[in-house]
Design a protein around this ligand. Structure first.
Ligand code: ADP
Length: 492
């Protein structure tokens, strides 16, 4: 059968995306393969289709249970015989699935790398006809990488125990040249064909917003959420505590405007799944998460990603923003940079014992810092980091299109033109009040921070005003009626 016909038969897609066909042909020809394709490029089809066309079973090694479940569910919806074995299943369920595997009822089996260490699993695989082994999210092999998973290092020795060596293919969305080499060596690939797709995502508008305080970071998030009200987005933070705190902060100020949940690796598995499901089903607009969230998240309508803290590497950053705009629509990626957040990385750094690993981590952090300070095209800088040359500027990042922001007020990079005018109108109103009441400073009416918070909250009750720090009873008696009058006029 022609590959296009098979693609249509199983997946109802009419044509391949760039590199998909070449990768599938290589796997089908029996040659080991490494594919580095950006998030959203369509990696899954590259191994799912060959799995259906080859005799026997394809084992897919995947780092996350949620990821396996998602993929298996979507395959089953297409009537493709696939299953997974994981620690979340009951003993009876595992036994049933093993029996069906022995009866050759499945074409794809998803497992976590830890499963390879179970003796019983090796014995089972020796009885099965394993034609192909897929290593998904293969960058987890890299010991210096941000997603290192030690059991990934055991894959080669597991394969060596099998009676027949299957074809091996590794997939990832994030890898430098060095990581690709680590993948090839660790898996003991034999003359692999390496595919590297362009990392350029023309629909991502990337920008860095420099802030000088934690409070401004919070206000930036609130303004951005107001700008993107009703849209789906992710806010990445670097710590579990921050995930919870930022989520609570959003609930406090924008409870009637944005629905939000938080996600991190220490939550119980059930809770994580619950939040992820709510987000995937558009039941909540925004998820505040650590890097634990997102591997394999295939949600087409994520239109913005905000980094509350800057990540420790460009790899991590590009992978995380890659979750936006997967449906091809334009998407906004905002990195809130506050020098003080370096503490978080220093703490993580100090927890590493190996000097070599420390050096690697430091180098990656330095590249990230250079990225945040650059005046050059940011997309070009990212592509350069991944050894991809892009001769022309992207004309879509803040360096390319908004260099004037350097002279503009902090909030102008965070809001729409209309919102910017509304905030300016509040500024003008504040100055008028200062003059009319002969105040020595406008801050006696509202400080800049209070003004932005007032703009975000649109207070119209006692309780709302009380949310703005410093706007207590005395303030309310003096200024609240002025504010309400003004807000009506400018319809904030
Ligand atoms: P990746 O793993 O590379 O991030 P996925 O494999 O999850 O990407 O694919 C992203 C989306 O694109 C999925 O919804 C998938 O069904 C879809 N897709 C993949 N290949 C094609 C294709 N050839 N034509 C149309 N849609 C495709």
């Amino acid at each position: 059968m022609e590959l296009e016909a098979a693609l249509y038969k199983y997946f109802t897609y009419r044509s391949f995306r760039p590199l998909q066909k070449e990768i599938i042909e290589t796997i089908l020809s029996g040659q080991d393969t490494v594919a580095l394709l950006p998030t959203g490029a369509g990696k899954s089809i590259c191994f799912q289709l060959p799995a259906l066309l080859m005799p026997g079973l394809t084992i897919v090694i995947s780092p996350l249970i949620a990821l396996m479940q998602d993929q298996v569910d979507s395959l089953l919806r297409r009537n493709i015989p696939a299953t997974y074995i994981s620690s979340t299943l009951s003993h009876t369920e595992v036994v049933q699935r093993i029996e069906l595997l022995q009866l050759q009822k499945y074409k794809l089996l998803y497992i976590a790398p830890e499963r390879l260490q179970h003796k019983k699993f090796l014995i089972l695989c020796k009885q099965l006809q394993v034609s192909c082994i897929i290593i998904d999210e293969a960058h987890c092999i890299s010991e210096w990488g941000h997603d290192f998973r030690p059991p990934y290092l055991q894959i080669a020795s597991f394969i060596a125990e099998l009676p027949h060596r299957p074809v091996i293919a590794a997939f990832t969305a994030t890898a430098t040249k060095h990581t690709l080499q680590e993948i090839t060596e660790s898996l003991k690939l034999r003359s692999p064909k390496i595919y590297v797709a362009s990392f350029y995502r023309s629909n991502l508008h990337i920008s860095v917003i420099h802030t000088t305080s934690f409070q401004l970071q919070e206000i930036a998030v609130l303004l951005l959420l107001k700008k993107h009200q009703g849209e789906s987005g992710i806010i990445y933070v670097s710590t579990r505590t921050a995930a919870q705190n930022v989520c609570e902060m959003i609930k406090k100020y924008l409870s009637n405007q944005v629905s939000v949940g938080f996600y991190h690796g220490e939550l119980a598995a059930q809770q994580r799944q619950y939040i992820q499901k709510l987000f995937m089903a558009n039941k909540i607009d925004v998820i505040v998460a650590t890097s634990a969230f997102g591997m394999g998240v295939d949600k087409a309508n994520i239109s913005f990603v905000i980094h509350f803290h800057f990540p420790g590497s460009i790899e991590a950053y590009y992978q995380e923003i890659g979750r936006a705009g997967r449906g091809g629509q334009p998407a906004q990626c905002y990195l809130l940079f506050n020098e003080k957040n370096q503490d978080i990385h220093e703490t993580l750094q100090s927890q590493i014992t190996s000097p070599a690993a420390q050096t690697h981590k430091l180098q990656r952090l330095e590249a990230m810092l250079a990225y945040t300070y650059t005046k050059k095209c940011r997309m070009q800088m990212i592509l350069d980091y991944f050894n991809e040359q892009k001769s022309s500027k992207c004309n879509n990042c803040d360096s390319c299109i908004q260099p004037q922001f350097a002279q503009q007020p902090f909030f102008s990079a965070l809001v729409s033109k209309k919102q910017c005018n509304e905030i300016q109108a509040l500024h003008a109103w504040r100055l008028q009040l200062q003059k009319a009441h002969a105040l020595s400073h406008y801050a006696e009416v509202l400080t800049d921070t209070q003004l932005l918070l007032a703009y975000v909250i649109q207070p119209n009750s006692e309780a709302d005003f009380a949310k703005i720090p410093g706007c207590g009873r005395g303030w309310k008696i003096r200024w609240a009626s002025h504010f309400l009058l003004k807000s009506d006029k400018i319809q904030v």
